[in-house]
Design a protein around this ligand. Structure first.
Ligand code: ASP
Ligand code: MG
Length: 440
């Protein structure tokens, strides 16, 4: 069994949906996971925010705009009028619910219900699109098997039991289509795996059905060795280990949801990134093998806050770091980079929701300095911490103002904290010296 996930752009137009139809029509039985059509989840989030602001009329207008877009898609997608009508009546149902949401009091649950509609619409239409062509396609609802537990983690046992039962019920179907992103929470309410979560859905499903491979189909031919938005002449990377991919996915390469490799890595199920617009391109294969030497990729993540915690009492004192970490744990804020000296520790966070409270508590026993608008540049490769060329990184970066360095945390990663205003230049410089000139 294969699991194929298609992102928002891949199902974002009639033309692209036609490409996806060709791709999923090949090969054996498979589960196809879809995102919402591109732009839809953002539009739904805006609707939810507008309701939250109490602007009912404005929210209704936004709902109507999106409604018109879907009516157009339904008319363009199908040639058979019966299918157009079936889609239109589903669309009416969904948008009637969205309109009703506009006058309800806002809550997290209301938000979850509103944003779930994007995937429900795309999967309904795409499954009918395949059926119109006589394909043995069956729509299955993620809400019948995808569920999180009390810790907000996917409930692997529940998912496995229910999904395999549902798949076994229909021996004829060749293409099962389901929604990415959406799920039920432990209380059985509509919820989701957070923005970008469809990739994660695909690998959770991959693990549940012990797939041969999980394929993430997107609008780029795999992970690139640098950020193509800021650097010219980047190349796709043909192979990454699970560890390398996890580092890159977290550090800014927006291609894959950072959790994606987790469910499949222990089962050694490969993940392949493919380009829907160029299906013949190799893409990136991610598996348990570590290959090659030296630096393979550079990525950057913005919006980082650095916190320096200084205390004379840290000197030769044990338990200082524990005290610091406990505060971050209390506020559910995860730490990304960390460096220490004998009297100070610097660390970074990307979620500053509780920054004020955290700083207040740290100040009870230390002096705290906070720098916002920082960027982590992350250099990834197999065994780079030990590679003879790695020290040259520092030569290349001699003019860049580096605030923190994390080296040796893993063999696959070196992270540098810089000012966001230096990011583009740093990425370009590293690219030139590492990939274009070869370190000399
Ligand atoms: N549609 C959701 C989003 O835009 C989930 C996804 O596409 O992965 O975040
Ligand atoms: Mg995505």
């Amino acid at each position: 069994m294969l699991v194929l996930k298609f992102g928002g752009t891949s199902v974002g137009s009639v033309k692209n949906m036609t490409n996806v139809k060709t791709i999923v029509s090949e090969g054996g039985r498979k589960v196809v996971v879809l995102s919402a059509m591109s732009g839809t989840t953002n539009a739904l989030v805006e609707i939810s925010n507008t309701i939250k602001d109490g602007k009912t009329e404005a929210a209704l207008q936004l709902v109507e705009q999106l409604h018109q877009k879907y009516i157009e898609v339904a008319n363009d997608l199908f040639s058979n009028q019966e299918y157009v009508n079936a889609s239109l009546s589903y669309i009416e149902e969904v948008f009637a619910e969205l309109k009703a949401c506009a006058s309800k009091p806002h809550s997290q649950l209301l938000y979850n219900i509103i944003v779930s509609k994007g995937e429900l619409l795309s999967t309904f239409m795409f499954s009918r699109f395949l059926q119109q062509d006589g394909k043995k396609a069956r729509l299955i609802s993620a809400l019948d098997f995808m569920r999180t537990d009390r810790n907000n983690e996917p409930d692997a046992f529940y998912i496995k039991q229910n999904l395999n039962r549902i798949l076994a019920e229909d021996k004829d179907a060749e293409i099962f289509i389901t929604q990415g992103f959406i799920c039920l929470d432990a209380d059985g309410n509509t919820s989701n795996l957070e923005r970008g979560g469809s990739d994660y859905t695909a690998s959770i499903i991959g693990a549940a059905v012990k797939a041969e491979e999980v394929q993430i189909w997107t609008d780029i031919d795999g992970f690139h060795n640098n950020d193509p938005r800021f650097v010219h002449n980047t190349d796709a990377i043909s192979h990454l280990s699970f560890d390398e991919a996890a580092e890159l996915a977290y550090f800014g390469a927006k291609i894959l949801h950072p959790q994606t490799v987790m469910p499949v890595r222990d089962l050694e199920i490969p993940v392949r990134i493919k380009n829907t617009m160029e299906p013949k391109a190799f893409g990136t294969l991610i598996d348990d093998k570590a290959e090659g030497e030296g630096i393979k990729a550079i990525a950057a993540i913005d919006g980082i806050t650095a916190i320096k915690i200084k205390s004379a009492r840290m000197l030769q004192a044990h338990g200082f770091l524990k005290k610091v970490f406990e505060i971050f744990e209390k506020y559910h804020t995860s730490i990304d980079m960390i460096t220490t000296s004998e009297i100070a520790v610097s660390l970074t966070i990307d979620d500053d929701t509780y920054l004020k409270d955290i700083v207040m508590e740290l100040e009870e026993f230390s002096t705290v300095e906070v720098d916002t608008h920082r960027t982590i540049v992350c250099v990834v490769g197999n065994n780079i911490a030990n590679h003879p060329d790695t020290h040259k990184l520092f030569q290349i970066l001699q003019d860049v103002n580096i605030r923190m360095i994390s080296y040796g945390g893993s063999n696959n990663n070196i992270s540098l904290l810089i000012n966001t205003s230096d990011k583009v230049e740093t990425l370009q410089k590293l690219h030139r010296y590492i990939f274009e000139m070869s370190l000399a």
